[in-house]
Design a binder for this molecule. Structure first.
Ligand SMILES: [Zn+2]
Length: 433
């Protein structure tokens, strides 16, 4: 049986991954429990809690399904932040993995991809649960059923098609009860050392350019820290090197974090095709030079390949990424990666595919070498001193201060789902570290 859970937490406390860790540890007495999955859903959804993450895991417990369900229901009731307005827990008890049909797998695939890229409703979820004949349980308005079913879906898809459904790992340590709400005790020097020893197999532990440790939350939730990466071995090595307050427990998750699975690729975009709260990779051309606006954000429009233009923005918290954006120039061909909010693409990364190195300028006089002036509309250019005349502007090649390739926001501003460039195997990547 595969169990998915979502929306048990609030901004103030708890964390669905902690509830998961408690259950995984507790359910081992009923049978084998798999490595749990941590599934991030569409990051733009307005009614999310912190990171919009749901969890799932498998329990092999032939004959004890009803007992297991009872344990899960009890823990969800007990550990959910039910007094918080936005907390609406949902639990899905999914299929046994090896008897799933092709049609059912297609249904799960469709549901998961919509959950991570689009905006699903509870009605969509109830109808899919009915099609699949999955048992479920929820509290209050039960909105968590959306994420719970998406997490079950990811579990099945990722296990059946690991080459198609990209994944990474996160090892999360949880704080002892008596420490929660107090400042976290973490030896920072040991964190830098652990990062240096295991990067790039682990990533987003620290932000070198901004001189900041980014792997620990600042909320009163039970999470002490989380180490992310591509190799479970490297993550455990890093964990060993880090000195911190004693943990209550730790749990390794397989996750869709760092995979870009929220991005919808559009090679021939028209503005009409773009929707609010969706994330895209958009091919376009910079159609006016970037400018810095109030608050330190940097904006510029791109023209889309079919028609229309859309504004892109690098927000102030993306720090040094804005310096790169400011160096873009009219005519640069780029791919913009990010979410559409209020009609603007919030940049997570860009690929500069082709820099515009051509500049037209007034021609220089062949005799004196000075810049010539316009002789009037459609009348070419003239040197006032020498009387020389040229018909057209001069085209020169200019040197640019940036290189082509991929650039990204720094770890301090990274979204859970955004694929860090250290994971990208393209040429000309410029990872932010
Ligand atoms: Zn001249």
């Amino acid at each position: 049986m595969i169990i998915g859970i979502d929306d048990t937490d609030s901004r103030k406390g708890m964390c669905t991954t902690y509830l998961c860790a408690v259950l995984v540890d507790e359910l081992r007495e009923y049978g084998d429990v798999s490595t749990p999955r941590l599934v991030r859903l569409n990051p733009c959804i307005p009614f999310k809690t912190r990171g919009n993450g749901a969890i799932s895991f498998e329990v092999v417990c032939a004959g004890k399904e009803e007992e297991v369900k009872e344990v899960v229901r009890t823990r969800v009731c007990e550990l959910s932040e039910l007094n918080e307005e936005g907390t609406n827990p949902g639990v899905v008890f999914g299929c046994v993995l090896d008897i799933i049909s092709y049609a059912e797998e297609e249904t799960l695939k469709h549901f998961y991809e919509r959950a991570v890229r689009e905006v699903l409703t509870l009605e969509d979820t109830y109808s899919t649960l009915a099609d699949l004949q999955f048992d479920y349980f929820g509290l209050k308005n039960r909105r968590g059923l959306i994420g719970a079913l998406a997490a079950v879906s990811f579990f099945v898809l990722q296990r059946n098609q690991p080459n198609y459904y990209d994944f990474t790992y996160e090892l999360i340590e949880y704080r002892k009860k008596q420490n929660r709400g107090k400042a976290r005790v973490i030896d920072e020097a040991s964190v830098w050392k652990a990062d240096a020893a295991t990067y790039p197999l682990t990533w987003d532990t620290v932000d070198v350019a901004n001189n900041k440790i980014v792997f620990a939350p600042h909320s009163p939730c039970p999470v002490l820290f989380g180490i992310r990466g591509d190799s479970a071995d490297a993550i455990y090595r890093a964990d060993k090197l880090i000195h911190a307050e004693p943990e209550e427990r730790k749990m390794l998750f397989i996750t869709n974090q760092g995979t870009d699975s929220h991005l919808i690729p559009l090679y021939a975009a028209t503005k009409a095709k773009l929707h609010e709260f969706h994330s895209y990779s958009l091919v376009g051309e910079v159609c006016s030079n970037p400018k810095t606006i109030e608050g330190g954000h940097v904006v510029f429009p791109i023209s889309l390949s079919d028609s229309g233009t859309i504004e892109c923005i690098a927000y102030e918290p993306t720090k040094g990424f804005r310096n790169l954006i400011r160096k873009l120039r009219v005519g640069d061909e780029i791919t913009a990666f990010g979410s559409q909010k209020k009609g603007t693409i919030n940049l997570e990364k860009i690929e500069i595919r082709k820099l515009n190195v051509v500049e037209e300028r007034n021609p220089r006089c062949g005799k004196c070498g000075r810049s010539m002036d316009s002789a009037g509309r459609l009348q070419g250019y003239r040197c006032k001193r020498c009387g020389t005349h040229r018909a057209h502007k001069e085209v020169v090649t200019i040197k640019r201060q940036i290189e082509e390739g991929f650039y990204e926001t720094p770890p301090v501003a990274r979204r859970h789902l955004s694929k860090p460039l250290v994971r990208v195997t393209a040429k000309r990547i410029h990872p932010s570290r």
